[in-house]
Ligand binder design. Structure first.
Ligand SMILES: Nc1nc2c(ncn2[C@@H]2O[C@@H]3COP(=O)(O)O[C@H]3[C@H]2O)c(=O)[nH]1
Ligand SMILES: [Zn+2]
Length: 503
């Protein structure tokens, strides 16, 4: 097929069909303007992979929702004589969602079109566009204009709790809160850190996180805040040296610096610059750590500059160990070490302390489900978006597809029930044995999350059985949030409840 034929064929198939294009070896090709020409003896194969496109992209829920909104509006008008603002807002959200589905943007969701021309999967020097730079400078100005003294006692206390809601805070405010963490742990006095240097360091850290769905600055903030909360909850200040606390908090802060949104498996399979540079050994974690020390190598950002060389060496060694420990490929190795030590744990033993510090960073890194559901669930949507993006790219490039990232294999609840059962609970249970006070703060919320996602999984299966069809594993619509309530939850709530949950 020549390109014109291709588009003619697509037009003939009509808008209700999904087409996929394959090369002679059976690889799915990206239908995009950069498509290479084929020759007479290398045919492209065009296949209709799904019909009734409209019903996939226009979930019945959307019609249902519009109908119910209309119904609700007429009832409210009968009572109060006009359409309340909240209903107008909902109508415009539903309308904008419909427009999104009708446009071509959603095609990238389905792995059909993907502009991966400037995809950054290697640590090339970052040359942000002016607008990004401007945005950052605005954040910097706002951050520097706020004083940590403005942060009230109430917020300082709340900052120590795992129920802290990151979604309520802007980036500049998060930077101030990070500054509060360093000051309230007395790091500035203990390590002679000048406030201006701390602010420069925090700002540079912020600039070195990418705007990607999950491994972004907000994730860095959440992990650091959880670490901070754990330090207070477990009273670690009385058990470890302040230098170890500095290592743990700074490792949490730096642990995903310049994450490109594609994991180690991808780096290795795609033979990216990172994989080449680090010989396939934890390429990402090595990179995060190297970026951290790159930032610290600038004198104006070097919060460690007033330390003795021995202290510096200790901190550098500790941070390298903690950041490299976040590679999930080493999860069992590290957890098993901790399991052996836990019954005889000794806070004065150097090796014991080292394993505990790694465990604390790991727990903080994967602690979203320990937070209230309204905070945790949007994080899962972000993670799945990054996962699906990776598996779509893997399919397009003909690389092995990472199974737990494959939109054709995982559903939102199944991804979570497995992760909670096999990763979170074993890890959190072990830490709780050493610090029983953590049970209510991290273990119980995770157990509740497991029930929540098991219920969601059951409901999905029942719906499938009722309808006798396979439900799409992860519907586009599930991502639309209306006042923090997912469409699916919304569908299940009564119209009267709707007005109360949406605000
Ligand atoms: N399914 C699932 N995976 C998670 C969750 N939180 C963290 N992870 C995974 O755990 C990994 C920790 O290291 P990475 O940041 O590389 O990538 C993270 C995700 O792959 C979660 O809530 N659900
Ligand atoms: Zn992380």
């Amino acid at each position: 097929l020549c390109v014109t034929d291709l588009f003619r064929a697509a037009a003939e198939a009509g808008p209700h069909h999904i087409l996929k294009l394959y090369d002679p070896s059976g690889r799915v090709l990206n239908i995009c303007p950069q498509l290479e020409a084929n020759s007479e003896d290398s045919y492209y194969r065009l296949e209709v992979v799904a019909s009734d496109f409209q019903s996939v992209l226009m979930p019945a829920e959307l019609d249902d929702m519009e109908y119910r909104l209309h119904h609700l509006e007429s009832k409210v008008i009968e009572d109060v004589g006009k359409t309340p603002d909240i209903i107008c807002e909902l109508k415009s959200q539903v309308e904008s969602f419909r427009r999104k589905l009708e446009s071509v943007e959603h095609l990238s969701w389905m792995g059909l079109f993907k502009d991966d021309g400037d995809q950054q999967v290697s640590p090339k020097p970052r040359t942000p566009q002016l607008s990004v730079q401007e945005e950052r400078q605005q954040v910097r100005r706002k951050f520097l204009n706020m004083s940590s003294l403005q942060v009230t006692e109430e917020v300082r206390e709340h900052l120590k709790s795992p129920i802290f809601d990151n979604w309520q805070w802007e980036e500049a405010e998060m930077l101030v809160l990070l500054q509060v963490m360093y000051t309230d742990l007395d790091f500035l006095t203990a390590f002679h850190i000048e406030l201006e240097v701390l602010q420069n360091f925090l700002f540079e850290v912020y600039c070195h996180y990418n705007s990607i769905p999950f491994h972004n600055f907000q994730h860095c903030f959440c992990v650091t805040q959880m670490m901070y909360g754990l330090i207070w909850l477990t009273d670690l200040r009385s058990k470890l040296g302040r230098i170890d606390l500095l290592i743990m908090l700074t490792s949490a802060l730096c642990h995903d610096l310049d994450h490109p949104g594609y994991n180690n498996v991808y780096q290795i399979n795609a033979q990216t610059d990172l994989a080449l540079r680090y010989n396939d050994i934890s390429p990402l974690e090595n990179h995060h750590c190297a970026v951290a020390f790159g930032i610290l190598s600038k004198p104006e950002c070097n919060i460690l500059k007033n330390l003795t060389s021995e202290q510096y060496k200790h901190i550098r060694g500790g941070m390298i160990k903690c950041i490299l420990a976040t590679d999930m490929a080493r999860h069992n190795e590290i957890l098993n070490k901790f399991k052996v030590l836990q019954p005889v744990f000794n806070f004065t033993n150097k090796d014991h302390k080292e394993v505990l510090m790694k465990i604390m960073v790991k727990v903080s890194d994967i602690s979203n489900e320990a937070r209230p559901m309204a905070v945790a669930e949007p994080w899962l949507d972000c993670l799945l978006q990054e996962f699906f993006n990776q598996s779509d790219t893997e399919k397009l490039k003909g690389l092995p597809v990472t199974p737990f990232m494959d939109r054709d294999k995982v559903s939102k609840p199944s991804s979570q029930t497995n992760f909670i059962r096999f990763v979170l609970l074993p890890l959190f249970t072990e830490l709780t044995k050493l610090f029983p006070c953590l049970e209510q703060h991290i273990l119980e919320p995770v157990q509740r999350a497991l029930e929540y996602y098991s219920d969601m999984e059951r409901a999905r299966k029942e719906e499938e059985e009722e309808e006798g069809t396979n439900k799409p594993l992860y519907r586009v619509g599930w991502c639309l949030k209306l006042g923090g309530v997912s469409l699916k939850t919304w569908k299940q709530t009564s119209p009267t409840l709707l007005t109360t949950v949406v605000p």
